[in-house]
Ligand binder design. Structure first.
Ligand code: SIN
Length: 297
């Protein structure tokens, strides 16, 4: 039987209804979900009740799981699961990362040479208000770009830096291990990719890591990036998700950026997430290379 899928608020996001993700899914359903995700970069499943193992097993249906550079955010039980949370343990040490502040438009892992572009976020505990997450559809944004901007980004590579991302974090999240520093030099990625299934072009962006455009002077690169970010984050390209406990949202970072609204630090928010190396046959997978220092002048 085909899976039951509905558009969410006339947006590009889709809700998949009736699946119990803690149970093994049959091959046909798995194929349908893979096909659906290739066409719709944000999928929502409500009313789930998952152990960390079940969350990891479901995520692994779509590709190998990544253990992200922030090992201190990893679950002690299933290390492929990370905690996004403002909660602290008995010694007042954060149990996960990203606190309670606003997260600007970004794409997970854009600072990696070979980003693992799939993400699954599961809501375990939520504050009474705030903390809403939004996604922007970067293939719709590309399609609507004026020709002048399409030409300006064609064949261009942006420089993505984790140092810039860290500067936007709160408190201890700004500090990374030497190993994490070594794994995250500034990298180049093309600004435009073509999707292997739909053939549609999409922008690849991250306002929290891009520091310029290769072979453009700093002022021109930054002006072009500002223009592209302003254009591509217009409300008509955005889906805003009001979280409920038990929601699972999976998204493709090769086709979207997301942002999170801040919430009251006194509120409790616990999200569990996985990161997936998605298959090149079904998803955009940016191929990066380390940025030469001259590219950053
Ligand atoms: C993230 O950017 O990965 C976290 C989003 C959220 O906390 O809603």
């Amino acid at each position: 039987m085909p899976i039951d899928v509905q558009a969410l608020e006339s947006s590009f996001a889709r809700e998949v209804i009736g699946l119990r993700l803690w149970e093994p899914l049959d091959d046909r359903t798995i194929d349908q979900l893979r096909e659906l995700w290739a066409h719709h970069p944000v999928l929502v499943f409500r009313r789930q009740a998952l152990s960390e193992r079940e969350l990891a097993d479901f995520s692994a249906l779509f590709g190998p799981l990544e253990r992200v550079v922030r090992t201190e955010w990893a679950s002690p039980v299933v290390p492929e699961v990370g905690f996004i949370s403002n909660l602290k343990d008995g010694q007042a040490k954060p149990i996960g990362g990203l606190g309670d502040g606003e997260l600007q438009w970004h794409s997970d892992q854009s600072y990696m040479m070979n980003p693992a572009t799939g993400a699954v976020l599961y809501a375990v505990e939520l504050p009474p208000e705030g903390g809403r997450t939004s996604w922007v559809d970067l293939s719709a944004a590309y399609a609507a770009l004026p020709d002048r901007l399409k030409q300006a980004v064609e064949d261009r590579h942006a420089i993505f830096s984790y140092v810039k991302r860290l500067a936007g974090y709160q408190g201890v999240d700004r500090v990374i291990s030497d190993e994490a520093k070594q794994r995250t030099p500034p990298v180049l990625h093309p600004l435009v990719h073509t999707h292997p299934v739909t053939g549609r072009k999409a922008l690849y962006l991250d306002s929290t890591t891009t520091i310029g455009i290769e072979e453009m002077d700093a002022a021109s690169g930054s002006a072009l990036l500002d223009e592209i970010y302003d254009f591509s984050t217009q409300p008509e390209f955005v889906y805003r998700h009001d979280w409920q406990v038990g929601d699972v949202v999976m998204w493709d970072n090769g086709l979207t950026m997301h942002r999170r609204e801040p919430f009251d630090p006194a509120g409790r928010r616990l999200m569990k997430r996985t990161t997936i190396f998605l298959a090149r046959e079904r998803h955009i997978v940016p191929d990066g290379c380390v940025a030469a220092m001259e590219a950053m002048s």
